[in-house]
Design a binder for this molecule. Structure first.
Ligand SMILES: [Cu+2]
Length: 381
């Protein structure tokens, strides 16, 4: 960045700030330097607070440093200035206590009002649980229309764009790294309570346009809420450093009309019912392996690599692994995890059997036999 472009950026920022202050509302201005355009009341309040505090702090900054630099310059020794001596001036002490006190109260009152409103998750129309996994989100619709819907939401940006082999695709992709296979869908103008928790380490559910950012902590339940006032698609990110693929677990929320929401609920429920596998069926090895390749690419490849060689010193190779060849041990590590290997309990028994079969029969591994879903069902008990 050249000095010139830095000044231009600073100037643009200053103009944006001035224009906002003039309009008296943060929502009035949208530049790419501003916070995400708010679509909830809370997010609007956060914007106003942000600009109000910035202006107050800016005025104080200019006033204090102005007086200081002026004093240093105007009363310098070379001009023969002699320091004044005014100890224990009651007037000055009262002034410099009362003024900051009023400023702090003036900032704390509106901020507290907003924080209290943010915490009020009562009377929600819809309750959704968001679970953080390394590295994806799981959503369960717990209460309200759509109750019972449950899915995993993973990054859908193709690997080739991420590793750079498809650089043109990456450039053309407007939602690079902020797109998912299963979007969270919610109705517009309805109060949605989001319960957050996590499966492995701390994640955070963060959607800037809603003014929502809530930690998702393993073993704990936290909640937050939003009422989106505008139909549209809003994107966020996991906002708590959670390991290697922290930057690869985006959040996408699609806000739709009440009718579209009902339609989506119907379709989603049908799709989920259709995808339900018969756990008692005995599967062919080839069938399981084919399906397992997909499960592996979506869940395991990030650590163990596409070629099954893992990453030396961090993730063991599955190619030639003793654990993979031992059915009990492989089932146990998949269900329970071990150290940095997460538990995969959230996958269905068919998915687990498929990936176990795939790993046993890929690369140099040739078990020649399958692991059946029923074996995972039995091991879960
Ligand atoms: Cu995370």
């Amino acid at each position: 960045m050249t000095i010139r472009s830095m000044w231009q950026t600073l100037l643009k920022l200053a103009v944006a700030a001035a224009a906002t202050a003039a309009a008296g509302s943060a929502a009035a201005i949208q530049s790419r330097y501003n916070l995400a355009p708010p679509v909830t009341r809370i997010a609007e309040e956060i914007h106003s607070l942000h600009w109000m505090m910035l202006v107050i702090c800016g005025v104080i900054f200019v006033a204090v440093f102005g007086v200081m630099f002026y004093s240093i310059y105007a009363h310098r020794r070379s001009k023969g200035a002699v320091a004044a001596n005014f100890h224990e001036s009651t007037k000055v002490e009262i002034v410099w206590t009362v003024i900051p006190f009023l400023i702090v109260i003036g900032m704390a009152v509106p901020a507290t009002k907003t924080v209290v409103a943010m915490k009020d998750t009562s009377n929600a129309d819809l309750t959704i649980k968001a679970t953080g996994y390394q590295w994806m989100w799981g959503y369960d619709y717990l209460k309200g229309e759509g109750e019972g819907i449950s899915f995993l939401s993973r990054l859908s940006t193709p690997r080739a764009q991420i590793d750079g082999s498809d650089a043109a695709g990456r450039l053309a992709n407007k939602t690079y790294l902020i797109e998912v296979d299963n979007e969270v869908v919610v109705p517009v103008n309805k109060k949605v309570r989001v319960i957050t928790t996590a499966n492995d380490v701390i994640h955070a559910w963060f959607v800037p346009a809603f003014g929502v950012k809530q930690d998702a902590i393993p073993g704990f339940v936290r909640d937050t809420w939003f009422r989106a006032e505008k139909v549209g698609t809003y994107r966020g990110q996991c906002a708590e450093l959670c390991g290697k693929d922290h930057a690869f677990m985006p959040i996408v929320v699609r806000v739709v009309s009440a009718e579209d929401y009902s339609k989506w609920v119907g379709e989603k429920k049908q799709a989920l019912a259709a995808a339900q596998d018969d756990p008692n069926k005995t599967w062919e090895l080839a069938e399981l392996k084919e399906r397992g390749a997909k499960v592996y690419a979506a869940n395991c490849q990030a650590c163990h690599q596409a070629n099954g060689q893992g990453v030396k010193g961090a993730f063991p190779a599955l190619d030639g692994s003793q654990v993979v060849m031992n059915k009990e041990q492989q089932i146990a590590i998949l269900l329970n995890g071990k150290n940095a290997m997460p538990s995969w309990k959230a996958l269905s028994d068919v998915e687990l059997a498929a990936v176990a079969t795939y790993v046993k029969n890929s690369w140099g591994n040739s078990a020649g036999s399958a692991v059946q879903p029923s074996e995972f069902t039995a091991a879960r008990k």
